[in-house]
Design a binder for this molecule. Structure first.
Ligand SMILES: CC(C)(COP(=O)(O)OP(=O)(O)OC[C@H]1O[C@@H](n2cnc3c(N)ncnc32)[C@H](O)[C@@H]1OP(=O)(O)O)[C@@H](O)C(=O)NCCC(=O)NCCS
Length: 180
């Protein structure tokens, strides 16, 4: 609790204000930034995600089952943010922040950024910057001492323009039996 508000309340207050401030500056394309909802499958959620990677053939009921498991409206760990075009009621961008609670640094929190993507028809209009701005602010609300992400060389410039710097080396071990 901070000043009487819970973290979830602070997050939602911030999202409302961010959307309203952004839309005053760009009234020609109004975008509402909010947490993922259980009925977002029909707002073209997978059209957006398909600009990021292979999504597989996910049905609405599979989406809803996963949604219940994650509980993005209330989760203290999963902050899944979408931008919705008010004119079309379609999702046009997504960004995810995972809050990792640690034992080090006096039990600090670390933010992990995932799935930053903008719909292919909405690129180069500042929405990638906007959704990243939202994620960075949510990390502050959650008192993360740092936020980190993995990206390919082609996106380094995008993140550098948005205050990130290259640190260390990414390592990965894929499990072949879990891949497509
Ligand atoms: C990366 C992505 C989210 C950028 O979204 P976008 O809305 O087109 O980007 P923006 O319009 O907000 O760009 C913000 C700034 O970053 C720059 N930028 C955007 N993509 C860039 C890139 N790949 N490399 C370098 N700079 C880039 C823009 O030119 C702009 O610069 P400016 O402020 O000087 O004008 C989008 O290209 C995308 O969805 N890509 C496919 C999904 C993906 O692979 N995401 C994974 C990223 S790890």
């Amino acid at each position: 609790m901070e000043g009487g508000s819970t973290i979830l309340e602070l997050e939602n207050q911030f999202l409302e204000k961010f959307s309203s401030d952004r839309n005053s500056s760009y009234p020609e394309t109004k975008i509402t930034f909010r947490k993922l909802q259980s009925d977002d499958f029909s707002r073209g959620y997978y059209d957006v995600l398909s600009n990021l990677t292979t999504t597989g053939d996910v049905t609405q009921s599979q989406f809803e089952e996963q949604f219940s498991r994650i509980d993005p409206q209330n989760s203290e760990t999963y902050k899944i943010i979408v931008g919705v075009d008010e004119a079309t009621d379609r999702i046009v961008t997504n960004g995810t922040l995972l809050i990792e609670q640690k034992f080090i640094r006096e039990c600090a929190a670390c933010g992990h950024i995932e799935d930053i993507v903008v719909h292919k028809d909405y690129g180069k209009q500042g929405l990638g910057r906007d959704v990243l701005q939202v994620i960075k602010e949510l990390a502050k609300i959650n008192k993360c001492y740092k936020v980190i992400l993995d990206c390919s060389d082609g996106y380094k410039g995008f993140y550098e323009k948005n205050d990130f710097e290259q640190k260390g080396v990414q390592m990965a071990k894929y499990n072949p039996e879990e891949e497509d």
